[in-house]
Design a protein around this ligand. Structure first.
Ligand code: NAP
Length: 292
């Protein structure tokens, strides 16, 4: 029997907790509301959708957001100018630059331009280094969302073997680091990280207690690739065209063969996605409290 890990429902309860914290720590003390800045470059439809849903999440929870939308062909220095403005704006608590960026922009240079204290996406090397060293830092939102799902559903991580498929800077790499940290509650896992150069991925996944897949290939993880009772976290989100329109969202997991074999599984949609959005807001609240 597989239990679905309901990220939607968890996100609602975390939203309530954050609203309560905003009331007691900010509004009751007559401080101004947390303020998230968002910089978007270009007209990539997925990026626009993600940004709009982040703005909507801010509205739902009652925090401020400001969007700077630059045209497709904006040069790198314009983007850096906007980053500098947000770095120096005392009314912006934290901000993000929506990724991926256009080919003419150096993503590393952009991330390095963000003040780590305002880096609520947790992508700056200072935050990345700190999480590796078990220090206080901003965790990337998706990794934090996965940790929260495992933690709140009381899934044992310590001493377990986790296989992560994918090594990107936004998902695979940070979650691998976080789960292997020395931490009884949300760490102490033995982590194997795999990627497109790993031969026979199923050799690893079949032995795993927890499989986290962040590849972006619908149906990639089949039931025969996991052991009975494994916990499966599906991070993949791919838009599938239906009748010429991009509509369905598909995960990396082949639901029909994994459901029934896994002990726990995050559905797509409604698993990791809603948790990612809410964790960005949580990071913004932390930034706001740190900044005052
Ligand atoms: P990415 O940067 O493209 O990374 C994909 C990773 O998968 C890479 O490490 C790549 O290996 C690996 N990979 C590709 N093909 C593979 C194969 N055949 N076998 C094994 N590994 C393979 O993608 P990402 O940004 O991490 O995103 C991954 C997926 O998660 C996407 O569907 C994205 O939309 C989704 N996502 C969802 C959320 C959410 O909130 N739910 C958040 C972020 C991302 P190499 O390193 O060798 O190229």
């Amino acid at each position: 029997m597989t239990k679905l890990l309901n990220g939607e429902k968890l996100a609602i309860s975390i939203r309530k907790e954050i609203s309560k914290e905003i009331k007691t720590l900010i509004l009751d003390k007559k401080k101004r509301l947390p303020h998230l800045g968002i910089i978007l470059l270009g007209d990539n439809s997925s990026s626009i959708t993600y940004v709009n849903s982040k703005i909507k999440e801010c509205k739902n929870i009652g925090i401020q957001s400001s969007l700077i939308h630059l045209p497709n062909n904006s040069p790198e220095y314009n983007l850096i100018k906007e980053i500098e403005k947000m770095n120096n704006d005392p009314l912006i608590d934290g901000f993000i630059v929506q990724l991926p960026l256009k080919k003419h922009i150096n993503t590393d240079k952009i991330i390095m331009s963000i003040n780590p204290k305002k880096d609520v996406d947790g992508f700056h090397p200072e935050n990345f280094g700190k999480i590796s060293l078990n220090m206080k830092a901003f965790f990337p939102a998706t990794a934090l969302g996965i940790l929260s799902i495992l933690d709140r559903y009381k899934i044992k991580i310590s001493g377990k073997h986790t296989v992560v498929i994918g090594r990107s800077r936004i998902v695979g790499r940070p979650i691998s680091i976080l789960l292997s940290r020395k931490n009884n509650r949300i760490g102490n896992s033995t982590v194997t990280i795999t990627h497109s150069y790993t031969p026979n991925i199923d050799f690893h996944t079949k032995k795993a207690d927890i499989v986290i897949t962040a590849v972006g290939i619908p149906g990639f993880l089949k039931g025969k690739m996991i052991k009975n009772g494994a916990v499966v976290i599906d991070v993949g989100l791919t838009k599938i065209e239906k009748n010429g329109k991009k509509s369905l969202l598909k995960g990396d997991v082949d639901f029909n063969t994994v459901y029934g074999k896994a002990s726990y599984l995050t559905p797509v949609p409604g698993g990791v996605g809603p948790m990612t959005k809410i964790m960005l807001i949580k990071n913004t609240l932390i930034a706001a409290l740190n900044n005052r």
